[in-house]
Every structure is written in C-alpha cells, then in structure tokens.
Design a protein around this ligand. Structure first.
Ligand code: SF4
Ligand code: SF4
Length: 70
C-alpha cells in the first residue's frame, strides 16, 4: 500500500491541529511557503512513512486534507 496525502494549501490557516495528531510525526508546517491568506500551510515531510490512518484529515476543521490509499 502506498498512501498519498494532499493539502488544499490555499485553504489552510496554519493552525497546526493536524501536526499534533499524526502518529508518524510527518505532518509539519511548511515554513518555506506562504499562501494567499498569509499563512504557512501544512504539508507532509516524508510521504513514505504515512500509514494512511487519516487522523490528520479528520482533525482538520477546514477539510484541507485528503488521504488516499493506492
Ligand atoms: S494519514 Fe495518518 S500517518 Fe499519514 S500523514 Fe495523516 S496522520 Fe500522519
Ligand atoms: S488542521 Fe487544517 S487548517 Fe489547520 S494546519 Fe492542518 S491542514 Fe491547515
């Protein structure tokens, strides 16, 4: 199984709720990116570590995150 996590980065407000719940600690705030709202959006640092648990997606109050299993 490979997992793919995508972020609608333009809608992310950088609240960091998703970064706290990842059991693999791979959801991080992308300090090198700023979206049009002025926030650093969340991203995944190492997709190969993802177990597709979808905890991050469930936690996000703005439905920014999509988790797919392939
Ligand atoms: S799906 Fe689970 S393991 Fe993958 S990034 Fe989200 S919280 Fe982490
Ligand atoms: S919980 Fe949602 S809005 Fe908050 S940082 Fe994560 S992706 Fe962005």
């Amino acid at each position: 199984m490979t997992a793919k996590v995508t972020f609608d980065q333009e809608r992310c407000k950088g609240c960091e709720l998703c970064t706290a719940v990842c059991p693999k600690h791979i959801v991080v705030i992308d300090q090198d990116t700023i979206n049009s709202k002025g926030y650093h959006p969340a991203t995944v640092s190492d997709m190969s570590q993802c177990i597709a648990c979808a905890s991050c997606a469930r936690m996000c109050p703005d439905s920014v995150i999509t988790v797919e299993k392939e």
